[in-house]
Design a protein around this ligand. Structure first.
Ligand SMILES: Nc1ncnc2c1ncn2[C@@H]1O[C@H](COP(=O)(O)OP(=O)(O)O)[C@@H](O)[C@H]1O
Ligand SMILES: [Mg+2]
Length: 291
């Protein structure tokens, strides 16, 4: 009887535990169900928000395109007429000529700003990549700069660049910005030197080892100009940001933002290395195949 009683007690105890466990399981399951419902709700919310964001983004691009496009026309007129006024009516008035010259300069600055903004907002439109011989792209850019290169007494050394699957007009913009900067920020150097080198590398990383059959290339645009402090590295790739005063170095601060946007669209990387007074190197990593 004693043993029976014990077994009975034990059974009861077990039943208690079992009940407790099923209760616990039920609670957990409910919690999990709730959680899943919540996750589903949140995901739906996120998807909606994302769509909304994409639409806003598109609108914004449209807006900046229209604004910069429409601003171009009046500013061109201002430039033309003010030049006419200067030449026809102000020839003997030095003070008036000075004011008009400053107006012309401001209008020119505005024009570059608008052109750059236009280029920036155009980046989001879809274009098809094609096999692009970067040597050709680079030569085109260099020939656009040949006057400035000569005036600055600069030497440009180029090495063999690869042919990659990319959007040529966009990579032209990247080279234009980087080489334009290298020339602009050459400082008082008597012999500005710009070197463009390229090598194939095995993976998408700035410090990837060189590899003759690598699927990426690393292109470096190096100058011996004024350089900059690397603590500001992030800043220079942000639109409208400049580390130098606009009096000494004209510009809009859009060039590197455009370059970064383009390189990222090509699924690549861009960074820079520099020290004040010791030149700057801009390093680009690009996949040979666009995807
Ligand atoms: N090669 C360079 N050497 C030194 N500083 C540079 C160089 N390239 C860019 N920078 C710095 O980064 C800033 C942003 O460059 P960018 O976007 O091209 O604008 P912008 O040329 O209109 O000033 C420049 O104003 C300058 O301070
Ligand atoms: Mg620039």
């Amino acid at each position: 009887v004693k043993t029976f009683l014990k077994i009975y007690e034990q059974q009861n105890e077990l039943k208690g535990i079992k009940d407790l466990l099923s209760k616990e399981i039920k609670i957990r399951k409910e919690a999990q169900d709730n959680l899943e419902i919540k996750i589903a709700e949140r995901t739906k919310e996120l998807v909606l928000k994302n769509e909304e964001l994409e639409m806003k983004n598109h609108e914004l691009q449209q807006f900046s395109w229209v604004v910069s496009h429409d601003l171009n026309e009046p500013i061109r007129k201002i430039q033309i007429f003010i030049k006419i006024i200067k030449e026809l009516y102000l020839a003997d008035d030095a003070k008036a000529v000075d004011y008009v010259d400053r107006t012309i300069k401001s209008a020119e600055r505005m024009q570059t700003l608008i052109t750059d903004l236009l280029a920036y907002s155009r980046l989001s439109s879809q274009v098809k990549p094609e096999m692009t011989d970067l040597n050709v792209v680079l030569q085109e850019v260099l020939s656009d700069f040949d006057y400035l290169i000569e005036r600055k007494n600069a030497t440009v050394k180029t090495s063999e660049l690869p042919t990659i699957d990319s959007i040529p007009s966009q990579l032209r913009q990247v080279f234009q910005n980087l080489i334009g900067n290298a020339l602009k920020f050459s400082g008082n150097s008597e012999h500005p030197l710009i070197e463009i080198t390229s090598e194939l590398i095995s993976n998408k990383a700035f410090n990837s080892p060189v590899s003759p059959d690598g699927k990426f290339c690393r292109i470096i645009v190096k100058d011996n100009g004024i350089g900059f402090d690397e603590i500001y590295l992030d800043r220079i790739f942000i639109i409208f940001q400049s580390l130098n005063d606009r009096q000494s170095y004209e510009g809009t601060g859009i060039g590197l933002a455009i370059a970064k946007k383009i390189i990222e669209k090509h699924n690549g990387l861009i960074t820079a290395k520099s020290q004040i007074g010791k030149g700057a190197s801009f390093i680009i990593v690009l996949p040979l195949k666009y995807e």
